[in-house]
Write a protein that binds this ligand. Structure first.
Ligand code: ADP
Ligand code: MG
Length: 340
């Protein structure tokens, strides 16, 4: 089973929200659609669910047309389950009745299985207002999964859950989706969340897909500055690339392929090593203890960089001058965008 979006474009007014976007997602694989607020993520899900009519392009389920401009089946006739940010449960129905909504009558097994998959066996008789926010969101997930839809779409499902519960809920959700084995697309703006949940991450920027791959590929070979900046607390520096090296305010990096001219260099804190050097113009402006690692902030004039150093670097005191070496493997270089 697979869902496929082909050259989908959409606009609510003049500005396009989605631009000839093509992407697909397969069963058994959790796909995260990752992008900033306003990038068009919800619009894509709403088009698939039938809450919005297609203007251009098409959506296919297993090679069969689901929707296009001329073909707009009603939401309830689509084999698609939806989970939104705010778990909209029926307050006066029990958990069981909530989950059973949309399931063929007398299919109690499907309801039991859905509750079991989200770890809520035994909660069937409770009412939503006796549950925590996280439990309510699991009921919403169970309700979406109970009819065994071919596709389940989750739109920022943990956004209204407090941070401590969120991690637990991600694990429960991933387990439930893996057990259900349908096509699952989770929308998020949180890169950490995408890493924790996804088998595959699709990055969307302003209505276009900029990269689509396994988490490790995005981490090690980001296709753009935007993707590189998503992970590992990356930081951006301006640089000047020549054939002999890339000059930045924190030293010269080894040259990178055929990239010449103004560049953006994206650096992760772990890639940076520091050594006391009284002749260097770079100064330590802050040191923070973070447990196994320390965060050391360095400055050269107006430019700042955060370095993550193993242990507690007692020699690296605030005010010291340091030389900087940057590991090329954790550093990404892109031609600078004109005008920025
Ligand atoms: P995301 O879910 O990634 O935050 P959306 O798909 O919700 O993005 O929205 C993309 C853009 O479309 C935003 O600029 C948003 O303001 C606009 N938009 C979304 N829904 C509507 C609507 N019903 N009417 C007008 N503009 C909308
Ligand atoms: Mg949204």
């Amino acid at each position: 089973m697979a869902i496929e979006f082909r050259a989908v474009s959409h606009s609510y007014s003049v500005e396009p929200v989605l631009e000839e976007l093509s992407v697909s997602a397969r069963a058994g694989e959790i796909t995260c659609l990752l992008g900033a607020s306003g990038s068009g993520k919800s619009t894509l899900l709403r088009l698939a669910a039938g809450l919005e009519r297609l203007q251009a392009g098409s959506i296919w389920l297993d090679g069969e047309l689901l929707a296009d401009r001329d073909h707009h089946p009603a939401p309830e006739s689509r084999p698609i389950g939806l989970v939104f940010q705010d778990h909209v449960l029926f307050p006066h129905k029990t958990v069981r009745a909530n989950v059973a909504f949309g399931v063929e009558r007398e299919n109690g097994d499907a309801v039991d299985r859905a509750l079991e998959n989200v770890g809520l066996t035994g909660f069937g008789g409770r009412f939503p207002d006796t549950l925590s926010g996280g439990q309510q969101q699991r009921v919403a997930l169970a309700r979406a999964l109970a009819p065994q839809p071919a596709v389940v779409l989750l739109d920022e499902p943990f956004a209204s859950i407090d941070a401590t519960l969120r991690r637990q809920l991600r694990e429960a959700t991933r387990a439930a989706l893996k057990a259900a084995n349908n096509v699952a697309i989770i929308v998020t703006h949180d890169p950490e969340e995408a890493l924790e949940l996804a088998d595959r991450i699709v990055v969307i920027e302003e209505g276009r897909i900029v990269q689509d791959g396994e988490p490790a590929d995005l981490w090690s070979s980001p296709a753009s500055v935007g993707v590189a900046m998503l992970f590992g607390q990356a930081q951006r520096l301006s640089g000047q690339a020549t054939a002999s090296g890339i000059e930045t305010s924190f030293g010269v990096l080894a040259p990178r392929g055929d990239v010449i001219g103004d560049v953006d260099v994206v650096v992760r804190p772990e890639a940076i090593d520091l050594e006391l050097d009284t002749s260097s113009p770079i100064v330590i402006s802050d040191v923070r203890f973070l447990g196994r690692r320390a965060l050391v902030v360095i400055e050269n004039g107006d430019d700042r960089l955060r370095a993550s150093i193993d242990g507690m670097p007692t020699a690296l005191a605030v005010g010291s001058n340091v030389g900087v070496s940057i590991d090329a493997d954790e550093t990404f270089v892109f031609p600078a965008r004109r005008g920025t």
